[in-house]
Write a protein that binds this ligand. Structure first.
Ligand SMILES: Nc1nc2c(ncn2[C@@H]2O[C@H](COP(=O)(O)OP(=O)(O)OP(=O)(O)O)[C@@H](O)[C@H]2O)c(=O)[nH]1
Ligand SMILES: [Mg+2]
Length: 294
């Protein structure tokens, strides 16, 4: 029997906001690359997770949720989704069955079919709906190559999913060392942890226009990494909320973020966190790019 050739390629993880894309990515690579919150539109830029298997390497691209919005910021997110769909070797379209199959899914699937891209459709959060749902797969999804049910939380369906993706990848060499989990620099992953901590602590009060950036990353002391980071908001009123009474809120965000970053880096961390007002950063293409949104 001839030996099977090594396969590799880009798998774009697509779906509506909150479908469970980032949770599944983290599960697949076995580490927390992408931040996850209960709020839609958590992921704001493409994040590449690298999964090395026997005989194959999957480059898993997490994307922001596909959605209809016309502001410059939303458009920048949608461009990233379209680009990922256009560039990938295999598309993984995730659907939360509780929200059903919609026009965005149909349009995305049609576009992928037109390009001849293999499509795997999976219902997410399978742990929440154990029984087979009569409405799944939805009629509109029939032209996908395969449909599955997975959970990024329990891992149900993941072996079948990996096999479905692997089988559709083109032949190709291993592209990254097997111990590398992402192509994103640590600075970016750290900034994302700060943003997640702010999301969690601020809950309902969260200004949507909140971003984060790492401005200093000092690893010269092997026992303690020193990090300075900014939380960027658009208005003074938002700064007040994020700083909190007597600085209590920013302190809580810092404590939460530091513990996540220590887990990510595996070393003790000193984190200095500042809140900075930058009017209209979401409308300035250069700032969007500097904050990692393009
Ligand atoms: N029970 C259950 N909850 C899940 C699962 N996957 C994701 N969730 C939850 O669904 C919410 C959204 O998950 P994310 O992974 O952030 O979703 P996303 O598609 O990346 O969302 P955006 O980045 O906002 O587009 C979070 O509260 C997750 O904890 C799953 O398999 N089971
Ligand atoms: Mg996400």
């Amino acid at each position: 029997m001839p030996e099977e050739k090594h396969r590799s390629g880009l798998v774009a993880i697509l779906g509506r906001p909150n479908a469970g894309k980032s949770t599944l990515l983290n599960h697949l690579v076995g580490g927390k690359l992408a931040i996850v919150t209960a709020k839609p539109q958590t992921t704001r830029s493409r994040i590449l997770g690298i999964l090395t298997l026997e005989g194959a390497q999957l480059l898993l691209l997490d994307t922001p949720g596909m959605h209809a919005g016309t502001r410059a910021f939303n458009a920048a997110l949608n461009d990233q989704v379209d680009e990922a769909a256009a560039d990938c070797d295999v598309a993984l379209l995730l659907v939360d069955p509780r929200n059903g199959w919609g026009d965005e899914h149909a349009a995305m699937l049609a576009g992928l079919r037109e390009r001849g891209t293999p499509v795997v459709v999976a219902a997410t959060k399978a742990d929440l709906h154990a029984g087979r749902d009569a409405a799944w797969p939805p009629a509109g999804a029939q032209s996908a190559d395969v449909w599955l049910r997975v959970s990024g939380q329990t891992g149900v369906g993941v072996p079948e999913l990996l096999e479905a993706l692997r089988a559709r990848l083109p032949e190709g060499p291993r592209l990254y060392p097997e111990d590398q989990l992402s192509d994103r620099p640590l600075r970016f992953l750290v900034a994302e942890q700060v943003r997640e901590a702010a999301f969690e602590e601020l809950s309902q009060e969260l200004p949507y226009s909140l971003a984060s950036e790492v401005i200093e990353f000092d690893e010269s002391d092997p026992a303690l990494t020193r990090i300075r980071a900014n939380l960027v908001v658009e208005h003074d009123s938002q700064k007040k909320i994020v700083v909190g009474a007597g600085g209590a809120m920013v302190k809580r965000i810092g404590i939460r973020a530091r513990s996540e970053i220590e887990q990510l880096l595996g070393v003790r961390v000193y984190l200095a966190l500042w809140v900075k007002v930058e009017p209209k950063w979401q409308k300035r293409p250069k700032r969007l790019a500097a904050l990692g949104y393009s």
